[in-house]
Design a protein. Structure first.
Length: 155
């Protein structure tokens, strides 16, 4: 009983740290947000919370994008995607796919950005989540950007 109580307390602490990280991220204090999200992720790992860990990894990846630390972002988003797929969490998968689309856009890898964006839009639409419209708007921006790039001619 005592172990269960301790695990529950750690889970609540992890959620609180995650929420603080979100608040700091919204305020634009990405370094502070990163600290709280990493602490939340560590707790999730310690108590075996795969769902919470995947959520934290996705958030950490998105913060790394904001900090322009793209290789670190990829190192977080890719495993988060794998975990969400293993858990069958389509919502989490759609969110990470959108994050990967944004990351590859920032890295000027437009083919990958469009691929991830299309997949996130498809999933979001199937799920009927409120973010579907935002995902589609982002895809439209990517398409406009991609279509404005000079195209190489095939020989």
């Amino acid at each position: 009983m005592e172990i269960a109580k301790e695990l529950k307390n750690l889970q609540i602490k992890g959620i609180a740290l995650d929420n603080l990280g979100t608040a700091y991220s919204e305020l634009g204090d990405f370094n502070q947000a990163l600290d709280y999200k990493i602490r939340s992720f560590t707790i999730c790992q310690d108590i075996g919370d795969l769902q919470g860990g995947a959520n934290a990894l996705g958030s950490i990846g998105n913060i790394f994008i904001d900090l322009e630390q793209y290789s670190d972002a990829l190192e977080c988003l890719q495993p988060a995607l794998v975990i969400f797929r293993e858990l069958g969490d389509n919502f989490g998968e759609a969110m990470v796919l959108r994050g990967l689309a944004g990351l590859h856009d920032k890295m000027q890898q437009f083919d990958l950005a469009l691929e991830y964006s299309n997949r996130s839009c498809e999933m979001a639409s199937k799920l009927g989540i409120p973010q579907a419209e935002e995902f589609e708007e982002f895809r439209d921006l990517l398409l406009a950007k991609y279509n404005s790039l000079p195209q190489l001619e095939d020989d």
